[in-house]
Structures are given as C-alpha cells and as structure tokens.
Unconditional design. Structure first.
Length: 736
C-alpha cells in the first residue's frame, strides 16, 4: 500500500468543495466511485459536507497556506481488500497523521488498475479553528503503511526512497505522460561519454554533439537542451555535481559563445514516446496533428469569444456616453445631475461586469471542450473509442503485473470481439478494459480476464464468453476451488462451447453437463407420465359408474362411439378407453368430487357419530396445499408493480454509493425460500412493496392491498418465512 499527499502549488486552486466534487464524481463510469464516507461532519451527503468544511475553513483567517489535505492510498494491482478493512485503514491513517477529530470525506475508486482511496481532509479543527499540518508526513505515512500491511496481510511495498526528488518527479512525469524525459534520454544516449571527459573542453564538446549545454545555476550546474528543457547535472549522475566535477576537471569554465565552425549536433533530444516493442511513430504523428488542430480550434473560439466581449463592452460604453450627454443637456440642478451621473456610471459598470463574467464562463467551456491531453491520455481516449493500435501502445508502455487470484485466460488467438452482455465502462492507462455486467465488473488486460466483484451467474457467463471470443475454446482457469466450481457449473448450465485445459475441471464440467441432460430427460418423462395419468383419470371419472350398462357390443358405451373418446352426458376432455382404473392415491380428486361417498344419517331420528366419519373428513381445518396458494401480489405481478419495484431499488442503491449505512436492495428471485426479517412497507407510485432483510440485503417484493393490510400488523424485525412460491408467512404459519 502506498500513501501519498497531493499538494497544490497554487493556494487559490486548493478548494475542499472542488476536491470533494472531483472524488465523488462518477464521470459517467459505473466502476469509478465505489464507496463514499463522511466523517466528523453533521451532514451525511458529501456535497453538503463540503459546504460545512468550507464554512469551518472560513473561521480561520490567519492561515495563509493550503487548508485542505488531499491524501491518496493506493494498493498494488490485483489487491482488493474488503470494504470493512478499507474503512479501518482509512481511519488508522488519518488518526496517525493527527486528523482523528478533523472533518473529512473519502471515496474508493476502482477505475484504474490500482484500487485507491481519495481522502479530502479539512486541516482546520472544527472546534478550535486551528490549522494542523503534519511534520514530515511522508515518513509517518511510510511507517503507518508498513504496520498496516503487516496487520492485515497486505502485499508489502518498499516505502524507503531509492531516488532523489528530481528523479522521482521525472519518473512520475514519464508514467503520467508516456513521454521520455530529458533525464532518461541523457542517461541512455550520452552519459558514458560525459563521464569520460578529461577536461571542460571535452565536456562541452560531448554536450555540443548531443545539442546540450552545461551552465551555472545558483550554487550548482544544470544541463539544458536547445529547446529549453533543463535538468540538474547532479540528478543525471552523482559524479556530475559541481564539487565533484571541479575536483576532477578544475574550476568551472563556461562554454564559448561562438565557434569558428559550428557543427551540427549528432543527436538531439526530442519529446518522444518511451520506446517499447510497439512502433508508435505513426500514432505519435497523429497525436501531434490532433494536438495542433485542438490548439488552433481553441485559439479560434477564444478569439471569437473575445471579439463578442469587446463588442458588447463597446456598446455598453457607447450607451453610457449617450446617457451622460443627455443628462448634460437637461435643465435640472447640479445635485440632480450628479445623482443621474452616478446611477449611469453604476449601471455601466454592472453591465460590463456581467459581460466579463459571461466571457469567463465561455472561456472555461472552450477550455474544457478543447482540453490539452498528454500522450498517454490521448492513447486512452482513442482506445476507449475502439482503436486497437492505441490499446496495444498502452499495454506496451511498461512492464505490467498480470492479474492474480480468480482469473480466466487462454493461449490461442487474441481478438477484440465484443460480447453482447458486457458493456465497456472504461479503459485504464495500462490498457485494461473494464466491462460492466449488471453490478459486476470484468477486467481484461489482454492476457487475463478477471471478475473484480459480484461473482454472479450472469457475470461468470459473460467472462467465459469474453474469454472464448478473445482466445478460442481452450480456456485456463486460475483461482480458488470454489471459483473453479462456479465456472464449471456456469459452463455446464449455459452449455458454452468451451474446453478447460485442466483435466479435473473439464471432467467436472462434463459430469455437470451430463447430469443436467439427465435431469432434462427425467423431467420430460415425468411430464409424459403426468399426461398419461390425467388421461386415465378422465376415463375413470366418466365411465366407472356406467361401465356395466349401455354397451351395445359394437364398441359403444352409452350410445357413443368409443373411438371418439367422449361419453354421452360427460363433457370432460381427455376421456380415453374404458376399463382403466386409477391407483388409490389418484381416486376421488377434484375432478370427480361429486362421485365421492358422503356420510349422512338414514333417518331423521338417527345421530351421526364420529366413528361413522373417515379420518380424513374429521380433521379440523382445511389441509394446507402449497401448490394451490397464490403469490402475495395476487397472481402475476403486473408491469406497474414491477416498475415501482425497479424505481425504488435503483433509488436506494444510488444513495448507497454516497451513504454507507444503506443496505443493498434487490428483487425477489424465484425459488428463494427461508427466514427473513420484516423491514417495512413502502408506497411507490401507488404500488405497495414489502421489504424483507436477509444477509445485509433488502429483498423488495410487490404485494396487493389485502397482503398489505395483513403485513401492517407486523413489527420491524419480526421473523417471517419466504416460500418458493413467493409467499410470506409468519412464524405462526399464516400466509401473508
């Protein structure tokens, strides 16, 4: 885990409100903002908390430095701690820096290859209004990270600086922009020749051959390229510091300003992409052309906006001049004219201020429309648009650590075919494509496919389809035994054309596939058997009482042709051949209830005793038949009820992104059963919904008016039972 404080060089750009807006803005990506929490604020909404923080900062009028502390906690690629652990780490880090009582807003981001947490901390204490700035915070953060890595079993990262500040800044620039720095170019092209120089003349000659020049700057030396890019000599190598060079070559001698025969440099530093195995010459040329076009378009629109502003101001001033001339000609007194002049001047200034404000807003809009992009940002934009060359260039920028844990990969072809269920959510600067499948996120780094969250059947199926489209039918699955079992079950249930290279996993898939096929065959056979039983029952119902009469010897019963399958006076369908009697458990059912025996007294003076009644008849109450129960919504849920449930679920899950205490809401899944906790009833667009809590999730189930009246008698937290049919019963067994 790496903790880094991000400081603003310009104080006016430091704004808690803008920072909180940035870290909580999803930027049209479902995977960007995962969890937002607000600490030590009266408001739970992050934007409202930002206003509260801003009001607290205003109370301190003495502090002139940055009043907002922006901290970023980044985890190594593939590391994904649980939300509870993330919250504990965030709290421990802030406490260790001395911000335990300070207001803060934190947000977990997942839109890059490294899961990271942005924390916006108010450096002004909410009660004392004093400012707190941690001393040597980088050392404190390093010690805290080492301790937390040990306690939570996280991947250990080196927190000791191996390079000096300027070297780290050059590395940061290269990672951010993708352009080779002057420092790296000198080390690669001419550092060895510079070290071999035996005099200052030799030094100047070597540098001149590479279009460079060494100069005095302050108490040290700098190396400058022809286009004005500068790097400290001691940063290039410790041997090039001023004391060591003067010790070896003598007192510093400047390069001569003029040479009799100036020679053309053999090599020259140019800002170019970092060299990789991918040839990016054509891509970089497109980037330069696009950058030039963007600059021209931005300048052109700025010029037009400025021209509109100047015309408007000129018109306002001209109007003010006319008004003053009119005031001068009126015959009123001096005091009245003075008041009119003042009013005119004030109106003119206000009108000019409005024009300038509008112009500033137009400039800001134009700047955002034609925003400058670094090379890596441009590649990311083109890759998001589907440019394969740009995606390959991103993936070749640096040695990437592949996904670990539960992954799917292949050894065959590599294509960029799309999968219907997977929607592209974004592309990282390392070339990882993030797809969304429902609430799950699938990451594809070109070699492996990983499901970062929500291992549902739908997401696993989409990941397998994506792997097949990328690499072919032969797939490698890495991860836990539980994950492999899930993959095998999904492949079998969805009947995907896939073959696992793991022999055991492939056998398991075949076993599940055969089992599923056998279940399908058995179900079809049971349906056929039920059809035949129903056919035989219909015959018995219509003919048992009449089988011994009405046979004319020609295959007719009761005067009706047997081949027609119908008995005179009986309109029940599916009546088959005569003479087949159903088994005992199929007799006296609902269809032939009128033919069942009835116990009744023979004479009016006789009394019906309990011994005269069958055991089944004397049971108290009706026998419970779950198959005859209807759903609590009164049958099939209509579109209005479904729409109301969808609306409520989306609303609550959207708020849960900002408010951690809100549980995840979801629909009732057919076949779910077991205990649940009653959590209330909601009215959405005139439709009633019951909320049932189970495993930190809220199940949303539409209900009708009658069910609503019965469920209102329950208290929050009462235990109820969910049946496979979608009904709700209390512990007493009453259906709701």
């Amino acid at each position: 885990m790496i903790a880094k404080q991000v400081s603003m060089k310009v104080i006016r750009k430091s704004s808690a409100t803008n920072l909180i807006k940035y870290i909580t803005d999803p930027q049209n990506k479902s995977e960007r903002v995962d969890m937002v929490s607000v600490t030590n604020c009266h408001q739970s909404d992050p934007l409202d908390a930002a206003l509260e923080i801003q009001a607290t900062q205003v109370q301190n009028t003495r502090a002139e430095g940055d009043k907002t502390y922006h901290l970023v906690l980044a985890f190594p690629p593939g590391e994904n701690p649980e939300p509870k652990i993330l919250k504990e780490i965030e709290s421990r880090i802030c406490d260790g820096l001395g911000f335990s009582e300070h207001q803060r807003v934190s947000a977990v981001h997942r839109d890059t290859d490294n899961l990271h947490i942005h924390i916006a901390i108010n450096k002004i204490h909410p009660q004392d209004f004093t400012i707190h700035t941690p001393y040597y915070d980088h050392k404190i953060l390093g010690q805290l990270c080492e301790k937390l890595e040990e306690e939570y079993g996280l991947e250990k990262v080196n927190h000791q600086a191996k390079k000096r500040g300027s070297e780290n800044r050059a590395d940061d620039m290269e990672r951010h922009s993708g352009i080779e720095s002057l420092l790296s170019w000198i080390k690669r092209e001419c550092l060895e020749d510079i070290k071999l120089a035996e005099s200052w003349n030799d030094m100047h000659k070597v540098l001149k051959d590479n279009d460079l020049e060494i100069k005095l700057r302050g108490n040290g030396l700098i190396i400058e390229s022809s286009d004005g890019v500068i790097v400290k000599a001691s940063t290039v190598a410790r041997e090039l510091s001023k004391p060591k060079l003067e010790e070896r070559l003598g007192s510093f001698i400047s390069s001569p300003d003029h040479q009799d025969q100036p020679k053309k440099a053999k090599r020259q530093y140019q800002a170019q992409p970092i060299k990789t195995k991918i040839n990016t010459v054509e891509l970089y040329a497109k980037y330069k052309a696009n950058k030039k076009q963007v600059n021209q378009s931005r300048a052109s629109e700025w010029k037009r906006a400025q021209a509109r502003k100047n015309r408007a101001i000129k018109s306002i001033k001209q109007s003010g001049k006319v008004k003053r001339s009119a005031i001068k000609l009126i015959g009123k007194g001096r005091l009245a004219k003075k008041i009119l002049y003042s009013q005119t001047s004030k109106a003119t200034k206000e009108a000019i201020q409005k024009v300038n404000k509008k112009y500033f807003e137009e400039r800001q809009t134009i700047y955002e429309k034609y925003q400058r992009q670094a090379w890596a940002d441009w590649l990311k934009t083109k890759a998001t648009e589907g440019d394969k060359e740009a995606l390959d260039a991103l993936r070749a920028r640096e040695a990437r650590k592949g996904f670990e844990g539960n992954t799917v990969r292949g050894q065959g072809k590599k294509s960029q075919e799309k999968v219907k269920d997977a929607v592209q959510d974004g592309v990282t600067k390392k070339g990882t494509i993030i797809y969304r499948v429902g609430k799950a996120a699938i990451r594809d780094d070109g070699d492996r496919i990983q499901i970062s969250r929500e291992n549902t059947h739908r997401s696993l199926e989409a990941a397998l389809k994506l792997a097949v489209s990328r690499y072919g039918k032969t797939i490698t699955v890495n991860g836990t035994d539980a994950f492999k079992e899930q993959i095998a079950q999904v492949a079998a249930q969805s009947k995907l054309e896939v073959v696992f290279d793991d022999v055991g996993l492939e056998q398991r898939r075949q076993q599940l596939l055969n089992k599923k096929q056998q279940e399908k065959t058995d179900n079809e056979q049971r349906r056929k058997d039920r059809g035949r039983e129903t056919y035989g029952n219909s015959v018995n119902t219509g003919t048992d009482a009449r089988s011994d009469r009405g046979n004319d010897g020609h295959g007719r019963v009761g005067g009706t042709d047997r081949t027609r399958g119908r008995v005179r006076g009986n309109t029940k369908p599916n009546v088959g051949r005569v003479g087949r009697k159903p088994p005992p458990e199929r007799q006296n059912r609902l269809r032939n209830l009128s033919q069942c025996g009835v116990v009744r007294p023979a004479k009016g003076s006789e009394v019906l005793l309990s011994g005269d009644v069958s055991d089944r008849v004397e049971q108290q109450g009706a026998k419970s038949i779950p198959g005859l129960r209807r759903g609590i919504s009164g049958g099939r849920i209509n579109d209005q009820k479904q729409a109301a449930a969808d609306k409520y679920i989306v609303e609550r899950n959207t708020k849960s992104v900002k408010i951690v205490d809100i549980s995840k809401h979801r629909h009732y899944n057919e076949g779910e059963e077991g205990e649940a906790s009653f959590s209330g009833i909601r009215k959405i667009d005139g439709q009633s919904l019951v909320l049932l809590k189970r495993d930190n999730e809220i199940i949303v189930l539409p209900i009708d008016a009658a069910a609503e009246r019965r469920l209102k008698k329950l208290s929050i937290g009462d235990v109820v039972m969910l049946t496979k049919k979608g009904t709700v019963t209390t512990t007493k067994g009453r259906s709701r």
